[in-house]
Design a protein. Structure first.
Lengths: 142, 142
DNA sequence: ATGGTGTCTATAGTGACTATAGGGTCAAGA
DNA sequence: TCTTGACCCTATAGTCACTATAGACACCAT
């Protein structure tokens, strides 16, 4: 509950963020510039800690910094409709699901290629290489 | 079967690659520099088409350009053991599977957060915003 | 006073492209 | 022959979300 000023290093350990990353967030306007000490050190207050935690939580969920920026802006407008927040989150979920589906397809194909490989052979007979090189007609090897 | 020279545009349409990307691959040494015409146009031969197809196929499977470079180098050594190729592919599959697992966790969390949201509310009552903002104690809202 | 750690700014690098500026080349049509 | 438009050339800078480096200054304990 105390609101004693924190150094950037304190903030970094408290949030699991690197010092350089915090400075980067400030530079791009994601985290407000804090007060400075006599020696020009950044002196963070509790609200900075809170906001950085919000940012990191969003990032951990895969939101882009631009989305985080929007979410920050929206969440300060207490009276406004929740629809925009909902839209951003739903869109992000859809994108995440698409990405998963893409990766599942890749993994399946990789497993298929790897499954045919008997390690210990030689490049000339390698099923993996064969699967990657296009045939003379440009079609993919089965 | 003809080995008539192709322009960079021909190569681009034949492989579904953008012209700038082909030039980029050349610049980073992934695709050999082709002969030039009198007017300084790149003149590609069939081997370039084959190699670019190989590259794009690897990229479509999610290999990094550096991995593609290794796979290219390895696959030209016909007599050598297939073990390195196998290792690269297996590692890539493992990474892909890890990435899928990560995204699954994110998606699950997003669905959980979104599921509690009744759209039409107001930011102050928004479950999404609430889930993202840290409580005063820094712990996450359920 | 000194040493070690932490902090400051500014700049450049990462991966895999993408975009832009400012030109040159080529083939077809008038 | 001239012009139009599509294509091609190089070089440079921008993207995202950091990360790394250099060189200087601040703070604290001994």
């Amino acid at each position: 509950m105390t609101d004693a000023a924190m150094t950037i290093g304190d903030l970094a350990t408290a949030t699991g963020t690197k010092v350089v990353t915090i400075r980067y967030y400030e530079k791009i306007g994601l985290l407000p510039a804090p007060a400075r000490t006599a020696g020009n050190y950044r002196a963070y207050a509790h609200r900075h800690l809170r906001q950085l935690r919000f940012i990191r939580r969003c990032r951990a969920l895969g939101f882009t910094l631009d989305e985080v920026r929007q979410l920050l802006r929206l969440s300060s407008q207490e009276g406004k409709s929740c629809a925009d927040v909902d839209r951003i989150a739903a869109l992000h979920l859809a994108e995440t699901e698409d990405k998963i589906a893409d990766l599942e397809r890749l993994a399946a194909r990789l497993r298929q290629i790897l499954g045919r490989c008997q390690a210990g052979g030689v490049i000339a007979d390698c099923r993996i290489v064969e699967a990657l090189w296009p045939g003379e007609d440009g079609r993919e090897a089965s």
